[in-house]
Design a binder for this molecule. Structure first.
Ligand code: FMN
Length: 263
């Protein structure tokens, strides 16, 4: 089992110490886990310029593609990602938000359907949970199968040491994460995930590409034609029917809205 630990904080502080404790818990259960680490601050990814090349031409046309590809390759090469991110202003840090901006095209062209995430955040007093929730919502849009969340109030700026009660909570969340990973358990997508999957597919396939302003989305979706979600992911009948319904709404909308990004 391979787990990537991504430090989305600009330093190694409270959240990193908690993340290290979680890593030790996991390693204690299973010595065969292969951990790797990336510290986003070291990657020095410039800000997303908003050129929208990733949406229109494909992510390889991003001016920062080489750096973004490092992260995409790491996610691809691992079974799961542990995101370690401080709560800044009730949200993820700027450097992690900058990364998610660079990967926003994944909402249009999702992947990582078999990957799991564990999101760890600490806050001084409030909003650790809104931080982990925000990132979990982003990852669901990218296709991640499930995110487990560990939001902890540290009551500290930089001297937090994980307390017994926090470690107990960490162990509980880590256990669910580990057991699901080990069993290769896969969960059905939520309605919020089914909507864009079926809508984008219908809009792209039905309307065809805009000859003047082609988008990468049109090359991406045909491989999922006739599928309500990614192959291999469980989809109960009611969700399959819901997917079909969303698809047929998308088909009707397609005549009215051709997705192109005129630039
Ligand atoms: C820029 C900045 C913004 C912060 N925003 C919040 C906040 O919205 N809510 C809160 O409770 N604590 C906030 N804090 C405190 C940190 O979330 C808290 O100290 C956290 O444990 C720091 O984790 P770290 O050491 O891993 O960076 C903020 C700290 C900084 C530096």
């Amino acid at each position: 089992m391979k787990i990537l630990i991504m430090n989305g904080s600009p330093h190694r502080g409270n959240t990193w110490r908690l993340t290290q404790a979680v890593k030790e818990i996991l390693a204690g259960w299973d010595a065969s886990i292969e951990f790797s680490e990336i510290h986003l601050a070291d990657l020095a990814l410039p800000f997303c310029t908003g050129c929208s090349n990733c949406f229109r031409k494909g992510h390889r046309h991003c001016p920062h593609h080489e750096k973004v590809q490092v992260i995409m390759d790491l996610i691809e090469a691992n079974d799961a990602v542990i995101f370690s991110v401080s709560c800044f202003q009730g949200h993820v840090t700027g450097i992690l938000k900058n990364l998610t901006d660079h990967l926003a095209f994944l909402i249009h062209r999702p992947r990582y359907f078999h990957k799991k995430a564990l999101i760890i955040s600490t806050a001084g007093g409030v909003s650790a949970a809104s931080t982990t929730r925000a990132l979990a919502a982003t990852l669901a849009g990218w296709g991640f199968n499930k995110s487990y969340q560990l939001p902890i109030i540290a009551f500290s700026w930089n001297t937090y040491k994980p307390e017994q009660k926090d470690l107990q909570r960490a162990e509980k969340v880590a256990r669910r994460f580990y057991q699901d990973l080990k069993a290769q358990r896969l969960y059905a997508p939520s309605t919020g995930v089914l909507i864009p999957f079926n809508l984008f597919q219908a809009l792209c396939i039905t309307a065809g590409d805009d000859p003047m302003f082609p988008t990468e989305d049109h090359h991406f979706w045909p491989k999922y034609y006739g599928m309500q979600y990614a192959p291999g992911i469980p989809l109960p009948l009611h969700k399959r029917l819901l997917g079909m319904m969303i698809y047929s709404i998308g088909k009707r909308l397609a005549g009215k809205y051709i997705i192109s990004y005129k630039k």
